[in-house]
Design a protein around this ligand. Structure first.
Ligand SMILES: Nc1ncnc2c1ncn2[C@@H]1O[C@H](COP(=O)(O)OP(=O)(O)OP(=O)(O)O)[C@@H](O)[C@H]1O
Length: 256
């Protein structure tokens, strides 16, 4: 479980308004909101990359301010939005880095680590690319390698910042299904998504942010009203049911 209690964090020119939220284990939550509203800032605070100015963040009941970076990395993994590609590193190396927080200080992994690395590579369909250098991969292949690294970290809490960007439609669906099954395994999973129909289909809950504030939190049916989408995104929409799942789909009121 991830709990935020009156969390304030940010930069000189941008600050999150005090946020109190609970992300339960077993649930996939989608974090949505316009560009620049503070979604990545929230993730940076929860993953310890950005110090909270006030308030508390608990992961699995423990205050992250009291955890070492290594101890936090054994509890929470983050797929960042912009991942640097270290030169010379192969897919298998990168996925192996996911095990680092669990290994001794010499970085020596055991058989169980290797099994997890192999399983993560397979789960992302990267078997044929395992020996290839990241720098020589396409954007989508690289994104899948970074997701595999998060899988190998095997933490009870996982944050994904726009995991479907760069991916073709089949790989998008696979990643959405993967995040759901990671949640069903008992983890707290939170993902930033810009595709609202996908968020509504796959997420158990949706958190909506606007201008640094959490403005709604609930099930897709509860949260995704035309009034809210128009207020938050400044775009008039009509809500239609998804033809397969019945979940809400905002349709912009504009014809080409
Ligand atoms: N390192 C930084 N230093 C100063 N300001 C920053 C920094 N990173 C982000 N910001 C500012 O904080 C605000 C929120 O940015 P953030 O990246 O959290 O938005 P976001 O909701 O994730 O946006 P997007 O959907 O475009 O990814 C923006 O106004 C941005 O310019």
């Amino acid at each position: 479980m991830i709990e935020l209690e009156n969390l304030v964090a940010g930069y000189r020119s941008f600050r999150l308004h005090p946020a109190s939220l609970r992300f339960d284990a077993g649930k996939l939550t989608a974090l949505i909101g316009p560009n620049g509203c503070g979604k990545s800032t929230l993730f940076k605070a929860v993953s310890g990359q950005l110090r909270a100015e006030s308030g508390r963040i608990r992961v699995g009941g423990e205050d992250i301010a009291r955890l070492s970076p290594r101890a936090l990395a054994r509890r929470l993994a983050l797929l960042a939005q912009d991942n640097e590609v270290p030169p010379g590193v192969t897919v298998a190396d990168l996925v192996g880095y996911g095990r680092a927080p669990h290994q001794n200080l010499l970085g020596i992994g055991d058989a169980a680590d290797r099994v997890l690395v192999d399983r993560s590579i397979t789960r992302m369909g990267l078997e044929d690319l395992a020996g290839r250098k990241l720098a020589a991969l396409s954007g989508g292949q690289r994104q899948r390698a970074f997701i595999a690294m998060v899988l190998a970290q095997d933490t009870p809490a996982m944050l994904f910042d726009e995991p479907t960007s760069w991916l073709d439609i089949r790989h998008q669906v696979e990643v959405l299904r993967l995040m759901r099954s990671l949640a069903r395994e008992g983890r707290s999973c939170i993902t930033v998504l810009h595709d609202i129909p996908q968020a509504a289909r796959y997420a158990d809950e949706i958190v909506v942010m606007n201008a640094g504030r959490v403005v709604a939190h609930g099930t897709p049916q509860q949260v995704l009203t035309g009034e809210l989408i128009e207020r938050v995104y400044g775009l008039p929409v009509e809500i239609h049911p998804d033809p397969l799942t019945g979940t809400p789909v905002p349709v912009p009121l504009e014809t080409v």
